[in-house]
Design a protein around this ligand. Structure first.
Ligand code: ZN
Length: 462
């Protein structure tokens, strides 16, 4: 009997079941079909041996990305965003409903977005829908069309075509989404507290920080918790920047409310004290806060109050990012870190004594599980053969011009980081420039491979 031959076998140390082991990973039709101990000698058309300093990670899953296409392609776009993702070891992104024109608040808008993305993405792409005033009737059709959930804002979003909802409107949407067993993700800052906190524009960071106080975030989070408790909806706090809310969030968990929380690399690696005057590449909302607050966020991750880490990749044009000539009140708020998330978080985490497997689970399986990307986020039989080949000890210096997203703007310029993504595999094939092979995902559909029987058929042939 001829032994089973895989299309690809990767051999080396891989993250499987939460730890690193020397294994052979066999891939067929875009899926992992076997994981065997090193030395088994799985046969394949193509065998890849990892280098001594490399490990095999599951492709990362970034559920908070603003691609901005169609409509604001001069800010980013599907090709450049997914090229940056692949370069950073991210094999699945979920695109935010706003900053594109039209925003993804109707099925027609989703169809338009999918049409422009088709055939142009280097990694797999799913989509969020949006909740805006007056689109309650669009939520079920969007859910049926395969969005992974819905985003709303509780204060102005920064773009006119995606208005915020009031707290009562959020509750109405929560009731509808609970009935669909969908998912509501919220930009939680309180509009009234922010209005009352306006500061004169300045090149110093402190007035901007004072204009986005912790209390605004905390008040809005309290409203999300209240709504989730009353409606039973699955809810999620986007980009938590504020350590003061961790107690409230932990208590909501204990009370059995179905709530999850994310934070972002910039809140975990940057501090307000170190932001140079006039350098608006550091501007994002909610803002980067003080060093002590950063330690609290790490503690929230360690104790499980914060579930996962995603980029909130939110580019704009250089004209907007530097608008106001260093005035933090005027410049666009958003940081682009799709390509740098893993080395940023890994470098900081290892300095705090946390292992690589801890980091990776919070950037792959946890977001995948919460959002419902069932075959993503971990190396396991039957899962998508999406991988990052990572050299955790190799050091590099961030160079804005070398990043793959559209505009060479980063607050991390010149930073020395540990960890280089040397290769990214999507559905069992290396991601190659000029050959975008990503799929557009719909909730509940398996992304790769035809069906589970592919492996059985191969087995029957052997
Ligand atoms: Zn965002």
């Amino acid at each position: 009997m001829r032994p089973l031959q895989y299309e690809l076998v990767l051999r080396g140390r891989a993250l499987v079941d939460g730890r690193f082991d020397a294994v052979e990973v066999g891939v067929t039709a875009g899926r992992i079909s076997q994981i065997a101990p090193a030395g088994t000698g799985l046969d394949a058309v193509r065998i890849v041996d990892l280098a001594e300093d490399e490990v095999l990670l599951p492709g990362l899953v970034d559920t908070h990305v603003h691609v901005n296409e169609p409509g604001r392609t001069e800010w980013e776009g599907f090709e450049s965003a997914t090229r940056a993702a692949a370069a950073g070891g991210v094999t699945t992104i979920v695109d935010m409903p706003l900053n594109s024109i039209p925003p993804t608040v109707t099925v027609a808008a989703l169809d338009e977005k999918r049409a422009v993305a088709e055939g142009r993405v280097y990694v797999d792409v799913g989509f969020w829908g949006g909740v805006v005033p007056g689109n309650l009737a669009d939520l079920e059709p969007l859910h049926d069309a395969g969005v992974y959930g819905f985003k709303c804002f509780l204060l102005p979003s920064g773009v006119d075509e995606f208005p915020e909802v009031s707290v009562p409107e959020m509750h109405q949407a929560m009731a509808v989404l609970a009935g669909l067993d969908s998912f509501l993700i919220v930009h939680a800052e309180d509009a009234h507290i922010i209005e009352e906190s306006v500061q004169p524009g300045a090149r110093q960071y402190a007035p901007f920080l004072a204009s986005r106080p912790r209390s605004a975030e905390d008040a809005a989070i309290a409203e999300v918790i209240r709504g989730a408790e009353q409606t039973g909806v699955r809810a999620h706090i986007l980009h938590l920047s504020n350590g003061d809310s961790l107690g409230r969030l932990a208590a909501a968990r204990v009370a059995g409310i179905d709530l999850s929380v994310e934070t972002c690399p910039h809140y975990l690696t940057l501090t307000a004290e170190d932001i140079p005057d006039g350098d608006t590449s550091f501007k994002c909302c909610p803002p980067i806060r003080e060093e002590g607050n950063r330690d609290e966020l790490w503690q929230g991750l360690i104790d499980g109050t914060i579930d996962y880490i995603v980029s909130d990749h939110s580019p704009s044009t250089p004209e907007m990012k530097y608008a106001g000539d260093g005035d933090f009140a005027v410049a666009w708020g958003g940081i682009s870190s799709l390509q740098l998330g893993l080395p940023l978080v890994w470098t900081e985490a290892r300095g705090r004594g946390l292992p690589l497997e801890w980091v990776v689970s919070r950037m792959s399986e946890r977001p995948a599980d919460r959002v419902g990307l069932a075959d993503k986020g971990r190396i396991r039989v039957g899962g998508a053969a999406d991988f990052a080949v990572f050299a955790p000890d190799e050091v590099f210096t961030v160079e804005a011009g070398a990043l793959a997203h559209r505009h060479p703007i980063t607050p991390y310029q010149g930073r020395e980081l540990s960890g280089v993504v040397r290769q990214t595999y999507l559905a069992g094939m290396p991601v190659k420039e000029g050959a975008p092979r990503g799929r557009l995902l719909r909730r509940g559909e398996e992304a790769h491979g035809h069906n589970k029987s592919t492996h059985d058929q191969n087995g029957a042939r052997s």
